[in-house]
Ligand binder design. Structure first.
Ligand code: PMP
Length: 360
């Protein structure tokens, strides 16, 4: 069987050259006589891999020196708790923009440790847009202001960042980190699970500004404390070693591609192909408000649930897999992360055109 085009929302497609390199080095990492999976995380060989991953992250995202880059476990879901635990020592309250399923989870987890105020929500229209924000409603004494930059399930993204003044802006960037250019200096904390644009599932990247370390609530478990991980360079306990190695390979590939800005341009081209088709289709409809459409996740519907089902099945038979929409939204969703080649989107649009002919 040949490789399919995988439109999964995560874990998702990885760049083919990365998988090839990992396969080549699987048994023996050059010069070490062993697999990366077998290395001690305290060995010089592994430390070089780890340092390389961090250096590349810093380089491609232009992360300023006053930020730490942590490689943790527990997924972005653990960050829903870690962020309030680590920042509610400043003040036990935070502001949130509720833009979807993942924001809601961040909000409900923060509520376990303090006050989580929702300053705006798009729940009235099934989170199909990003709500307008009025900085006059923000709490200037909040410990942080939380957004989800890209809403994986609903297919929306923030087009500009909120004006938060001196309150640290915290972003769940799980589904568009490395896919769009961001000025890291605008954020207090950026966190992201790896399994979309970084690596296989298993590592969570946290980029945290130095002055936000050491503010944790006393109840914070040791392993949930950013300062512990920062002081120990993410080696307080065993890190997800192999995932970090894979992240390094992905970052090398991304750098070779021309970096995040070049990647964003390609992502814009891919998204435009799909949205242009959807906008002109008599059969398919995009579900997110045009102004806020995601570059990474494109949810859409066909006329009925029946035709949705048939579409997903026939697409899979044609080598275009994982197009079923999230169970909470229905319909279809094409996730077109960094590693999805342009050709994959071209094929998908061709398939959709042919499918449309069968219905009209
Ligand atoms: N936030 C966003 C935006 C996500 O897309 C996801 C996963 N799809 C999560 C959080 C949860 O991530 P994890 O499964 O790694 O905990």
């Amino acid at each position: 069987m040949s490789r399919v085009y995988n439109f999964s929302a995560g874990p998702s497609v990885l760049p083919e050259p990365v998988l090839e390199k990992a396969a080549k080095e699987l048994l023996e990492y050059p010069g070490s006589g062993q697999s990366v999976m077998e290395m001690s995380h305290r060995s010089p060989e592994y430390q070089a891999i780890f340092d390389g991953a961090e250096a590349l992250f810093r380089e491609v995202m232009a992360i300023p020196d006053n930020y730490k880059v942590l490689f943790l476990q527990g997924g972005a879901s653990a960050q829903f708790a870690m962020v309030p635990l680590n920042l509610f020592g400043i003040a036990p309250t935070a502001d949130f923009v509720n833009t979807g399923t993942w924001s809601k989870k961040a909000i409900s987890e923060a509520k376990r440790y303090g006050t989580a105020r929702v300053v705006a929500t798009s729940e009235d229209k099934k989170f199909s847009y990003i709500p307008k924000l009025d900085p006059a409603t923000f709490d200037p004494k909040a410990a942080y202001f939380h957004i989800t930059t890209n809403n994986t399930i609903e297919g929306t993204r923030f087009r500009s960042l909120p004006e938060v003044g001196s309150v640290p802006l915290v972003a769940d960037m799980s589904s568009n980190i490395l896919g769009e250019v961001y000025d890291v200096a605008k954020f207090g904390i950026i966190y992201a699970g790896a399994q979309k644009n970084i690596a296989p599932a298993g590592v969570t990247v946290v980029i945290v500004r130095d002055d936000l370390l050491g503010k944790a609530l006393p109840i914070t478990p040791t392993l949930f404390n950013y300062k512990i991980h920062a002081d120990e360079n993410s080696m307080y306990n065993t890190p997800p070693c192999y995932c970090i190695y894979m992240a390094k390979l992905v970052l090398e590939w991304l750098k070779g591609f021309g970096g995040v800005a070049a990647m964003q341009q390609m992502n814009e081209r891919k998204a435009a192909l799909l949205y242009d088709f959807l906008d002109n289709s008599k059969v398919f409809k995009g579900t997110a408000a045009t102004e806020f459409r995601s570059l990474m996740n494109v949810p859409f519907t066909s006329p009925t649930e029946e035709t949705d089902k048939r579409f997903v099945k026939e697409a899979a038979a044609a080598g275009l897999v994982n197009l079923k929409g999230h169970r909470s939204v229905g319909g279809m969703r094409a996730s077109i992360y960094n590693a999805m080649p342009e050709q994959g989107v071209v094929k998908l649009v061709e398939f959709m055109k042919n499918f449309e002919h069968t219905l009209t």
